[in-house]
Design a protein around this ligand. Structure first.
Ligand code: F6P
Length: 366
């Protein structure tokens, strides 16, 4: 197929590196005479037909910019559309036909959809309806099995590690336990890697159920050895032995409506009451998704964006750009969305953490 004009959109939660992907895909297209329309706020832009024309000027100066110049939405699902012009949610409607119509009206030859598993699910539904779509995976959680690393993860990891560094000095001064809560949904990558990189003492991740008494004994044992402060890194999705997670809110209309959060406060109360050591919680939240991407994420995003356009030119529709062994690759979107990548409780990283004396607050693992 001869490609003359493409659409591009960013959907789902934002993360550092989105603009770098938009820039690389657009630059690769523009220099080959292909027009690029940037749809606003994810698939909502294709429902409302709201877009900007991406020119050389638009694609310049955005490499280092956090967020997304196109805007995003994690609730604009054209197959179950609940948004209204007045902000009041409506009963879900299937507006996929409107998207197909706008795609044709704008004479698009292909679409690049940049997003997480929810976005890739929607992209696959449109592929099944005949739209030529290439996917680019995005998430700070790094929980997609189909790629070695998603862009945004490295930036989140740096933010979490820097926070742990800063919390160390205040914890030492006050002889406190600091509990740092990281994002990551149902995977413990941000918590585990930042805990290793930042020298955390206890790390709690969804993949390894924790036990309050193991945490308390570990902290008291440290104290008995003269270590008067401790750092606990808790993934927002960490589970106790009963399988309980801490839910902050639900977001109706979102592909996964559950928003985790608040475990650090619960742990802080528990640790303070059971150890008698003053404890404080620090929830990093959306700071992990904001701001300038790291050099690695700028590099990785650029590879993803340039590759996505190459895939469009090769008509690799239904595929997603992936990163394997430090090189770009492509995988079927259907494969990508069905497989989550989670920390292996018996893998090298967990084993390394244990070897240096860290604890997972677990009776089974340590
Ligand atoms: O998937 C990315 C992520 O930041 C998760 O780590 C977190 O649980 C969730 O999104 C937060 O979503 P929201 O921006 O809707 O609060």
């Amino acid at each position: 197929m001869n490609i003359k004009r493409i659409g591009i959109l960013t959907a789902g939660g934002d993360c550092p590196g989105l603009n770098a992907v938009v820039r690389a895909a657009s630059k690769n297209a523009l220099r080959q005479g292909i027009e690029v329309l940037g749809f606003k706020n994810g698939f909502d832009g294709l429902v409302r037909n709201e877009f900007i024309k991406i020119t050389d000027q638009t694609a310049s100066g955005i490499l280092t910019l956090g967020g997304t110049i196109l805007g995003t939405s994690n609730i604009a699902n054209p197959f179950k559309y609940t948004l209204s012009p007045f902000g009041t949610p409506q009963e879900p409607r299937d507006l996929s036909g409107v998207v197909l119509h706008n795609f044709k009206e704008n004479m698009l030859d292909a679409l690049i959809a940049i997003g997480g598993d929810g976005t890739l699910h929607m992209a696959q539904q449109f592929i099944d309806l005949g739209l030529p779509i290439v996917g680019v995976p995005k998430t700070i959680d790094n929980d997609l099995a189909a790629t070695d690393q998603t862009f945004g993860f490295d930036s989140a990891l740096h933010i979490a590690t820097e926070a742990i560094d800063r919390l160390h000095t205040t914890a030492q001064s006050h002889h406190r336990v600091m509990i740092v809560e990281t994002m990551g949904r149902y995977a413990g990558w941000i918590a585990l890697r930042s805990a290793i990189a930042g020298g955390g003492d206890i790390v709690l991740i969804p993949e390894i159920p924790y036990n309050d008494d193991v945490i308390v004994n570990y902290i008291l044992n440290r104290k008995s050895k003269g270590k008067t402060c401790s750092i606990v890194v808790a993934a927002e999705g960490a589970k106790n032995e009963k399988g309980e997670q801490t839910v902050a809110r639900t977001v109706p209309g979102s592909t996964d409506a559950i928003r985790l959060g608040g475990i650090a406060n619960k742990l802080s109360d528990m640790i303070e009451s059971k150890t008698g050591i003053e404890s404080r919680a620090c929830i990093l939240g959306h700071t992990q998704r904001g701001g300038t991407p790291t050099a690695f994420d700028r590099w990785l995003s650029t590879l993803y964006g340039a590759k996505a356009l190459d895939m469009v030119l090769e008509n690799k529709f239904g595929y997603m750009a992936a990163f394997h062994n430090f090189a770009m690759d492509e995988v079927k979107i259907t494969e990508a969305i069905s497989n989550l990548k989670r920390v292996d409780p018996h893998g090298d990283e967990v084993s390394c953490a244990l070897k240096i004396g860290m604890s997972f607050g677990s009776r089974a693992i340590g």
